[in-house]
Structures are given as C-alpha cells and as structure tokens.
Design a protein around this ligand. Structure first.
Ligand code: ZN
Length: 273
C-alpha cells in the first residue's frame, strides 16, 4: 500500500504544470501617415483597451485636418515622431526644402499637441544615404523598421496580422499605417495574438532604452535586438543593425529648427545678426 501511495505521489508531482519562465519580449508598433479621423480614434480606443502605447509618425498636413486627434495621441501617452509636412519624398527635394518641410511639420505638431517630436521617419520608405543627409538639420534619430507587410495596399486584416506574426522577433519595429480600417483592425489583432505569446508592446524610445541603445541624432535604426530571453533589467543586449551615418554637422534652418540649433550653442558661438 505504501509503495502504491509513493508511486501515486511521484506521478502527481511529475504531472504538476511547470510554470512558464519565459522572459518578456518587446516590440514597437509604429503608425505612419496619420492622423486620420475616426480611424485613428478607433485605433486609440483599441490601444487604450489593451494598455498599449505606440509610436505615431505624423504628417503636418494631416495635423491641419485633425488637430484634436493629434492632441489626443499625445494626451494618451503615445510617442510622436515627425514624418514630413506634405509627405513629399525627400529624394525629390533639396536639402533646404527638406529642412523647411520638417520645420513646418514640427511646428504644427507642437502647436496641436504641445509635444516636440523626438524621432524622424522619412516619407515613402525612401531612406538612402542621400535622403538621410538631407534630414541632418533636424538632428533627430531616424527610425526605420524591421517588419513591413505593406498593409497600405491590402484589405484583409487577418492576412496582415498573420504575416506580421510570422515575421516578428524580439526587438522589432513594426510598420503600419492608420489610414485604412484593415490596418487598424490588423494592429489590434496583432496585439491580442502577440500579447498572449508573451510580447510586450512599447514605444520606439522605450524599446531603444530596454535594449540598452542610446538614440542619437543623424543615426538610422531599424530594430533593437535583444539577447535571447532579454528581460527588463537586461540592458546589455546587443543592438543591430545601427548605421552611423557620416553626416556633416547640423546647419541652422528656419523657425523651430533654427531655435533648436541656436539653443544648443554657447553665447559666444551665436551669430550676431
Ligand atoms: Zn509615409
């Protein structure tokens, strides 16, 4: 009898569920080209319900159309980056035009939301070295992405979601657009699916910090790789790829950017006229 009891106890212990010890994995959702009206509002509702903060790369001309939504994005704790004023490709503009375009977009975002964007993403996904050199006046980290399933021309949110889930890794920056209902629905499905898989959604700046990366101006970032099973306290993880661009020093530009440049100079360096 004792022997039987011992066997039963042993079997019971062996059958006890083993508690999962997986460390959290971190990723950032980014939304380009907005804000939109009800679509961005729906997205913000869905993010709030799920306790998720995202990063929005906003265009100045969209702020003109939806200043309240821009303010709401900031008020609800999401991160704001600048995505140009008119969404004209920087490859088609001179350095001065790019500078002025960014300056105008930043002024509009600041006026609408009270927040100064600290990240930049060039319009249209064109980001060769020549384009990036033109953004030097903004002196902002250039945030690209590591997962792009081209949601902007697709309409099936289940397929968009499945493609993202298939590709995603710890430390990824996911590109989406808050311009189509299918993109918004896909984003919320991705959150529901990946949260249950142990992913934690953070803003781009938080993702950088968690990976031990200090974001620097005039530097392009695609993703923030963590060591395997990185935890929130594991700040020594490797980061890749991170292209340090051989860019010229920033030069003054008009309005906001001029003020930003000026404020960083010592009094003796400031121009007299
Ligand atoms: Zn865009």
């Amino acid at each position: 009898m004792k022997k039987l009891l011992c066997v039963l106890l042993t079997a019971t212990v062996l059958l006890l569920p083993v508690e999962a010890v997986d460390e959290p994995k971190y990723i950032a959702l980014t939304f380009d080209d907005g804000p939109s009206g009800y679509l961005t509002a729906d997205l913000l509702d869905g993010l709030a319900e799920r306790g998720v903060h995202a990063t929005f790369f906003i265009c100045g001309y969209r702020v003109d159309q939806f200043p309240e939504i821009t303010a709401r994005i900031a008020a609800e704790g999401h991160e704001i980056g600048v995505h140009g004023d008119t969404h004209t490709m920087f490859s088609q503009m001179s350095p001065i035009e790019v500078c002025d375009d960014l300056s105008e977009a930043m002024r509009k975002i600041e006026e609408a939301s009270g927040v100064t964007p600290t990240l930049l993403r060039p319009p249209g996904g064109i980001y060769d070295l020549e384009v990036l050199k033109k953004t030097v006046c903004a002196d902002l980290p250039v945030i690209l992405w590591s997962v792009d399933v081209e949601d902007w021309h697709r309409s099936n949110s289940d397929e968009i979601c499945a493609d993202i889930v298939k590709q995603v890794q710890n430390g990824d920056v996911i590109l989406l657009h808050d311009m189509k209902e299918s993109s918004v629905n896909a984003a919320l499905k991705v959150i529901d699916r990946l949260q249950s898989d142990g992913y934690v959604f953070v803003t781009v700046s938080e993702l950088a910090r968690l990976s031990g990366t200090e974001l620097a101006g005039n530097t392009a970032y695609y993703a923030f790789r963590f060591a395997k099973n990185a935890s929130i306290s594991d700040l020594e993880a490797e980061t890749e790829p991170c292209a340090k661009l051989p860019l010229p020093p920033p030069r003054p530009c008009r309005s906001v950017l001029r003020q930003r440049t000026k404020s960083r100079r010592s009094p003796s360096e400031r121009p007299t006229a």
